[in-house]
Ligand binder design. Sequence first.
Ligand SMILES: Nc1ncnc2c1ncn2[C@@H]1O[C@H](COP(=O)(O)OP(=O)(O)OP(=O)(O)O)[C@@H](O)[C@H]1O
Length: 337
Amino acid sequence: MTDDVVEADAHLDFDMEDEDDDRGQHAVEIPLGDPCLVVDDLHVVFRVFGGKQRDSAKQSGVHVQDVKPPRRKLVQRILGAGRQHVGAVSEVHAVRGVSFVARHGESIGIVGINGSGKSTLLRAITGLIPPHEGSVWVDGEPALLGVNAALMPQMTGAKNIEIGGLALGMTPKEIDDKFDEVVEFADIGEFVDLPMKTYSSGMAARLRFAISSAAIPDILMVDEALATGDAAFKARSKARIDEVRRQAGTVFLVSHSISTIEAMCTRVLWMHQGRLVMDGHVDEVASAYKQFVRANREARTGGGAGGQRRVRGTDKPQRAGAGRGKAARKDVARRSA
Ligand SMILES: Nc1ncnc2c1ncn2[C@@H]1O[C@H](COP(=O)(O)OP(=O)(O)OP(=O)(O)O)[C@@H](O)[C@H]1O
C-alpha cells in the first residue's frame, strides 16, 4: 500500500464501537493445538454488473477493475444483436492475497473498516464463495453464523432450529435434546413458533448464534451477531465461545466493536481494502487499529473529534487519548506495503 491509498482513505467510513459491557474482560488463554485451518494466498473476486455496485465497492476503497466485453464474432453480432448485455461489467477484488494459519483453541477476531473484506474472508473459509486464486485447507466443519446463514425467514424459529441443526450435521435426536437450550439461549420465548421474518434483528441474530454454537462446532464463525445482544446475552455467548475453544474448537469473530474483540479474542487479523495488514496478539493489533481509526477521524475532522470514541446506544462521544495522526496512518501503509 502506498501513501496514495492513505490519501484515498479520506472518504471511508471509520466506524468503531467501544462498549462498557466489555470493559475489563479478556479471552481465556488456553494451550493451542495443531493447525486446523490454512489460508494460502487467498483471492476472492466478485463480478458486478452495472455502475451502482461498482461505485459502492469503489467507495470502500476496494480494488475495482472494469472488464472489457469479449469481442463477438460477426455471426454472433448479427444473430444476437438484440440480446447484447447493456451496462458496465467490473471485477471487485474483495480479498487480496490473504495467508494465515489458525490453531485449535484460538479465538481470532477480524477487524477492519466497512468494506475491507471481513465477511467475504469468512464466507470463503466456509466454502460459500470459491477462491479466485489460492486455497483454504480446513480440518473440521466450519459453522458460519451471520447474515448469510442458511436460515429461512418465512419459517418459524422452531423449524429453523431443526434445519440449522441438520445443516450442522446434528441428528434429529440431538436437535430434539438441544431444542429447549437453544430457545433459552436465544431468549426468544414464544416467538419460537412465529416466522423468523417477524423477529427483530437482535432476536434473529441471537437465534443464529444459539443454533450455530449448539453442537460445539470445530470452527465457529460469528459475524456481527454479538452486536445486537444485551449484557446477559454477551456473557452467555462469551461462555459458549470459551467452551468451543476448550473442546479444541476455533472461533472467528467479526465485529465493529473493538471492545468485544478485546474481550473475546486472543489474536486479531486486521483487514484493509482486501488485504491482511496486521496479524498478531489482540493487545498489539487492537491498539494499532484504534490508533489508525482515531487518526483518520482526526484527519477528517481537522483534529476536533479525533480522540473521541463512540459508545453504542448513545450519541455522546467520550474522550479517549489523542491519536498519533499521520504517523499511525503511515504505519498501516508501511505494514501493508
Ligand atoms: N456478492 C457481492 N458482489 C459484489 N461485491 C461484493 C459482494 N459481497 C461483497 N462485495 C464487495 O466486496 C467488498 C468487501 O465486502 P465485505 O462485505 O466482505 O466487507 P466487510 O469488511 O465485511 O464490510 P462491513 O464491515 O461493511 O460488513 C466490498 O467492496 C463489497 O462491496
